[in-house]
Write a protein of this length. Sequence first.
Length: 265
Amino acid sequence: MITTDFAPGSPCWLDLGAPDVRAAAAFYGAVLGWDYESMGEGEDTEGGMFRKDGKTVAGLGKLTEEGARSAWMIYYSVADADATTQAVERAGGTVRVPPTDLDEWGRMAQYSDPLGGQFAVWQAGTNKGVDLVDAPGSLSWTELYTSDAAAAKEFYGSVFGWQFGDMSLPGGGGTYSLITPAGLPEERMHGGLMQLREEDLALAGGRPYWHPVFAVTDCDEAVAEVTARGGSVQMGPEDAEGVGRMAVCLDPSDADFVVLKPAQG
């Protein structure tokens, strides 16, 4: 489970780069019940915060990188962004955005893993991260699709010290690797990674990609809103034993995410 104590190596923040900020705000407001709070004035605002019941759940910004696809960026908590940057480089990753101070809020950096999967880190200042997780309308899991699971485990294990536990998917669907922060028990696992063929990673041009899983109270209702608001469904809704009812979705700009009604424990 994801918590807001933000142990090192655990997810603490996420934001979406969208070509149309207002359209994205309206879409996720309908699908996940989020309220959007702009950080600027006027029609040309560059972004702001998503909130659920008054609690911050994610950020939203204007997609400005030329040639980049609209996508969710997941940030992992670290004590020292500079030391993490060195670890990324030693492990064969690439620094996309070097460690950068964001006023007193904290320090961030963005990277690509050796196969091109993009992720980020956050060194907390006054802002520790999102206010709500593991509840309807908030982040409940993070997931990496990659063409080389063994290489991904080696890289991320080296950078974050993550612990991995493998499980077989039903129906011969392959292996799913569960991720737990260093030194924490299995009940604190926060994500997973799965190996796919490069041709199945077409969304990112064959490169690996991370996406968020959002908890919802009704998966089918959420999917109906996705399609009604111009998004699409890549998989599902379907039931996963012991996990819940889920669907892999794309928003109208093809940013991918998952909606999940968790199984009753």
